[in-house]
Design a binder for this molecule. Structure first.
Ligand code: G3P
Length: 219
């Protein structure tokens, strides 16, 4: 995985599902091509196969279960996600938290399926705990800042520093309220390897301009 990276979570926003998921994914691809930045997206399981077939940037699932092929009605199988063309998966998001035992199984199954695994954590201590389950990256996001106007970079820079310190460089993404190139610049200066964000891009009137500004923070 090329670092630093910008991972945009489409969540289940209306602007980022169905037809709109494809259109928004293409904007991300355009910015990635124009700038050479590593821009990844995490889309709904319902849009995954379609988005993967339409763009060449890395696409993540927003969750994967741990079951293999078989009688598992309704489960999101890592093997099927890989087969659909996904690059990775996002696990334990603040909006989809898992018990440790389940999380460990999901990480293992996803890695076995060949997916790149990003695991979310609410704080540095939790980041240390989940990094012990051996994901590829840990994304620390203070829940109270998610979807808000103030970024983790500006409101809680100590959380970034502390997580990098505890988990190690080259393994930490940060998120919550990230919207600008300046937010990214601060996060990288504090040792993060990239950012995880959603509303700043998805809810913007002009996602292309926001992405271009975000990319300016990578240099
Ligand atoms: O998954 C990213 C996320 O939880 C942060 O959301 O809207 O604060 O960028 P947002």
């Amino acid at each position: 995985m090329k670092l630093p990276l910008i991972l945009v979570n489409f969540k289940a926003y209306e602007q980022a599902t169905g037809e709109s998921a494809v259109a928004l994914a293409k904007i991300h691809e355009k910015v990635a091509k124009e700038t050479g930045a590593n821009i990844c997206i995490a889309v709904s399981a319902l849009d995954l196969a379609r988005v993967c077939s339409e763009v060449s940037i890395p696409v993540f699932a927003q969750h994967t279960d741990f079951e293999g092929y078989g009688s598992h009605t309704g489960h999101i199988l890592p093997d099927m996600v890989k087969e659909a063309g996904a690059y990775g998966t996002l696990l334990n998001h603040a909006e989809f938290q898992l018990e440790d035992e389940t999380l460990e199984k999901c990480i293992l199954a996803s890695k076995r399926a060949g997916l790149f695994v990003v695991v979310c954590a609410n704080d540095p201590q939790r980041a240390v705990k989940v990094s012990g389950f051996d994901p590829d990256f840990v994304a620390v996001e203070p829940p109270e800042l998610i979807g808000g106007d103030i970024s983790v970079s500006k409101a809680e820079p100590a959380i970034i520093e502390k997580t990098v310190d505890l988990v190690g460089k080259g393994k930490v993404l940060v998120g919550a309220g990230v919207k600008t190139g300046e937010d990214i610049k601060i996060a990288l200066a504090l040792g993060a390897s990239g950012v995880l964000l959603a509303s700043g891009v998805v809810k913007a009137n002009d996602p292309y301009s926001v992405l271009m500004d975000l990319v300016s923070g990578l240099n």
